[in-house]
Design a protein around this ligand. Structure first.
Ligand code: ZN
Length: 71
């Protein structure tokens, strides 16, 4: 297993695509993967689940799910 020998020095693997990371884009392998991670972050991929849903529900209730409590 040649990989074991390198494991100590290797910075790691890109969490997005699994390729070896590059110093320039650590902990990612490329600018693209860094962008992917960032956009996930901004879009709430790592945010508290449900927060966005709650807000959407409050502002515009979905017609598919009528709330019986309101009638
Ligand atoms: Zn990557």
């Amino acid at each position: 297993m040649p990989d074991l020998k390198r494991a100590g020095a290797a910075p790691g693997r890109c969490p997005i695509c699994g390729r070896p990371t590059r110093d320039d884009y650590r902990p990612f392998c490329s600018r693209r993967c860094a962008d992917v991670d960032l956009s996930r972050w901004l879009r709430g991929g790592y945010a508290i689940p449900g927060e966005t849903e709650d807000r959407e529900r409050g502002e515009a209730p979905t017609p598919e799910k009528p709330r019986p409590e309101e009638t």
